[in-house]
Design a protein around this ligand. Structure first.
Ligand code: FAQ
Length: 311
């Protein structure tokens, strides 16, 4: 019997053949990817804001140059991802409108404030660390443009993670006040980083289909556990601790057990009620409005050049 389009599509996925933009795909696959890739792009762009707060206050020129480069990388990641989403038939303007209207989600983590310089270390170590854990498997995602964009993104994220760890390592070897500042940043960023992986598997409506379609290669809980296992070891090198009294090696499972996640806090932040949600969206909207003249000028210039070429 001849196979239908959906069966041919699933066969390709099962054989690890990438799906490309012009290939047939189920509408739900297209929508799932638009949702995930655009949310990911928004996260990179909004994610520039907490760190941007420290560019003018980095403790020395070297740190400032590194932070500036890191934040620029994040803008680049956002742009690759918007381009990958565009191949699925959504325009960049539509995606921006969804972000600015509050309809589109972006990662919960970027709704927390950066109070001290050590927060820049904690973001690099924990937030970029969690991002890498989640994104390395996305390099093997079934949709070609997303998978290819992720390869470069992950290389840069890996540098970001190391720069964060190095900031914390330096502070951990400093004065008592510097050590305390590093510990305080870890205390505040740990649980929000653990939440980044999303709801637990039995409350994650998208995981089953995304795993079948190999958009996701691991479930939220699987990635979260890998992250906890790695951080529980790395924190020992810093001589600091993670704020979880239930964190304990379990020889039977070969993993660290960890304490209960505050899911109420997670959903509050996702629904727009986190400490900085309003500030983040206001800042993005203002940047969009104030950038209108640049877009107009660029369009006018492009039109002029096109006319000149046509003559
Ligand atoms: N925050 O059914 P699931 C970065 C939503 S990039 C907000 O499990 P899914 C780089 C989810 O969208 C960080 N919302 O969903 C950087 C869904 O809502 P919807 C971003 C969340 O898609 C570092 C609902 O909950 N990374 O950090 C969150 O299968 C430093 C149900 O969830 C990516 O986006 C959350 N944490 O799994 C930049 C990676 N978690 O849409 C600057 C790509 C879940 O149905 C500085 N994304 N939700 O209304 C993914 O891997 C997946 O989308 C997950 C969620 C794992 C995030």
């Amino acid at each position: 019997m001849e196979k239908n389009l959906e069966e041919i599509f699933q066969d390709k996925i099962d054989k690890e053949i990438k799906i490309e933009p012009k290939d047939w795909m189920p509408e739900k696959y297209r929508q799932t990817l638009i949702r995930q890739i655009s949310q990911h792009a928004h996260s990179e762009i909004v994610g520039m804001l907490p760190e941007g707060n420290w560019i003018t206050r980095a403790p020395n020129l070297r740190r400032k140059a590194i932070l500036l480069a890191k934040v620029q990388d994040e803008a680049g990641h956002g742009l690759y991802l918007y381009s990958a989403a565009e191949t699925l038939g959504i325009s960049r303007d539509e995606m921006y409108a969804q972000l600015h209207s509050g309809k589109a989600k972006y990662s919960s983590i970027f709704n927390y404030p950066t109070l001290t310089w050590a927060d820049i270390g904690a973001i690099g170590w924990l937030v970029d660390g969690a991002a890498i854990m989640n994104q390395v498997p996305l390099c093997r995602s079934s949709f070609g443009p997303y998978a290819r964009a992720m390869v470069r993104v992950c290389k840069e994220e890996s540098f970001h993670q190391r720069q964060g760890f190095e900031i914390l390592l330096t502070l951990s070897k400093g004065t008592a006040a510097q050590r305390a500042m590093a510990q305080d940043a870890i205390n505040r960023w740990w649980w929000p980083s653990v939440m980044m992986f999303g709801p637990k598997d039995d409350e994650s409506p998208n995981t089953i289909l995304s795993m079948k379609w190999k958009i996701k290669r691991f479930t939220n809980d699987e990635l979260r556990q890998k992250f906890v296992d790695i951080c529980a070891e790395q924190v020992k090198i810093l001589g600091l601790s993670l704020p979880d009294k239930d964190l304990k090696w379990n020889a039977a499972t070969n993993h660290y057990d960890f304490g209960a996640i505050n899911w109420d806090e997670f959903w509050q932040v996702v629904q727009g009620n986190g400490p900085c949600n309003k500030q983040r969206l206001d800042t993005r909207r203002k940047a969009w409005e104030e950038g209108a003249w640049v877009r107009e000028a660029a369009n006018a210039h492009a039109e002029k050049r096109a006319k000149r070429k046509a003559v």
